[in-house]
Ligand binder design. Structure first.
Ligand SMILES: [Zn+2]
Ligand SMILES: [Zn+2]
Length: 392
């Protein structure tokens, strides 16, 4: 359909790199991506698209071939930076210390603009419609805010959604993808344990919520090992305990925070049992408790059919061995998953690591994005979307 795809990608590459470096130099964190969003909208305006809509403030949804019969595919790119100082050493490193593109979303955004340009130039040949969604605040559940602001309707209820992420853990030219559960659901918990304050020398006259927190920790670990099916990965990690102000004073309360991650669909059962176990561990210490659970992101479940189509398409283009399935599943998450109750999809990783340097991991201050990954990824993403649209 696009006969000279590689050449067309080569032609747009300098523009993509220039935009990505510009966004990189001016990082903006979640829902403050005003400049980034402006660059995206300005670029899209010149592409002869059918609509460009704002969503959730800095989000952008642009449609190509709106109303054309056939399938409707959506591609998602995130655009936010992290609230951290980058130490990449790049000449176009961030000008500020309070934000940095240490997850590569600058590249994600710029690449999607390049993809939009190429597809828009072939709009008449494309057998369906394509929606380009630019999502703010991936690092803190921005997708749900877009959905709450009508993203699915604004996008014209697509039939499928395609997502992706760069990976310094995968070799350049390789792609990581698995069908089914691919990234865990992640819920953040906050437990407020209530006891009764008192003198440290007279613990029998008080109820110590700090003691109870130790029981809660053990009870959670025991529940994990004794009750959870080890073949359905579940991780509960407590990362914060706050209680007490002075060494001789028993506090009234103690707070615990952490996350529950499930790489399977039974997360509700795990959450219910978690609440029971925490309450029981508090109760035997004479404490009461309140447990809050907040969704960080849902389970990322790759649709088996679309995933097979993507893997085959990528393999046809890049040869045998380019698809990796080992170490692809992760207990981390991506809020791309929030769209999956509305439409099936496939999310894959593209490798950025080669022998030309060190490629520190995502969210590492020294993280750098390998620009050599842009062309192969663009080709893979375009081919997958076109192949999907061709299958009526
Ligand atoms: Zn990230
Ligand atoms: Zn990311």
């Amino acid at each position: 359909m696009i006969h000279n795809l590689k050449q067309e990608i080569e032609a747009v590459l300098p523009e993509v790199i220039a935009i990505r470096r510009d966004i990189h130099k001016h990082p903006e964190t979640g829902f403050r991506e005003f400049r980034t969003s402006g660059i995206i909208k300005d670029y899209l305006k010149d592409l002869n698209l059918d609509s460009i809509q704002e969503c959730a403030g800095t989000g952008v949804i642009a449609t190509l071939n709106d109303g054309k019969p056939g399938r409707r595919a959506m591609i998602l790119a995130d655009i936010d930076a992290l609230p951290m100082e980058e130490k990449s050493g790049e000449p176009f490193a961030a000008e500020i210390k309070t934000a940095g593109h240490c997850c590569g979303h600058d590249a994600h955004a710029a690449i999607q603009l390049g993809i939009a340009k190429i597809l828009a130039a072939h709009r008449d040949e494309i057998p369906g419609s394509v929606v380009f969604l630019f999502q703010p605040n991936e690092e803190d559940a921005g997708a749900q805010i877009m959905i709450d602001d009508g993203a699915v309707e604004k996008a014209g209820r697509p039939d499928a959604i395609f997502g992706s992420h760069n990976s310094p853990a995968i070799r350049l030219g390789q792609f990581g993808v698995v069908p089914g559960p691919s990234m865990a659901s992640s819920y953040y918990y906050k437990i407020l344990i209530r006891g009764k304050g008192g003198h440290g020398g007279r613990p029998h006259t008080a109820v110590n919520p700090v003691d109870a927190s130790a029981f809660v920790l053990i009870a959670i670990k025991n529940m994990l090992t004794a009750e959870q099916n080890a073949l359905n990965p579940t991780v509960i990690t407590n990362c914060m305990i706050h209680g007490g102000e002075k060494e001789i004073t028993i506090p009234e309360t103690c707070e615990m925070q952490g996350s529950i991650r499930c790489l399977h669909t039974e997360h509700e059962k795990v959450h219910a049992r978690f609440r029971e176990v925490v309450a029981a561990a508090c109760a035997i210490n004479g404490c009461s408790c309140e447990v809050e659970l907040k969704c960080g992101n849902s389970l990322l479940y790759n649709d088996p059919q679309i995933t097979e189509l993507c893997a085959k398409t990528i393999e046809e283009a890049f040869g045998e061995g380019c698809i990796v399935t080992e170490d692809v599943k992760a207990m981390g998450g991506d809020d791309y998953a929030e769209f999956l109750p509305y439409m099936p999809g496939c999310y894959f990783w593209y490798g950025t690591a080669d022998d030309t340097g060190e490629w520190p991991g995502l969210h590492n201050p020294a993280y750098r994005f390998n620009e050599k990954a842009i062309a192969p990824f663009m080709e893979a993403q375009i081919r997958c979307v076109l192949k999907y649209l061709e299958q009526k």
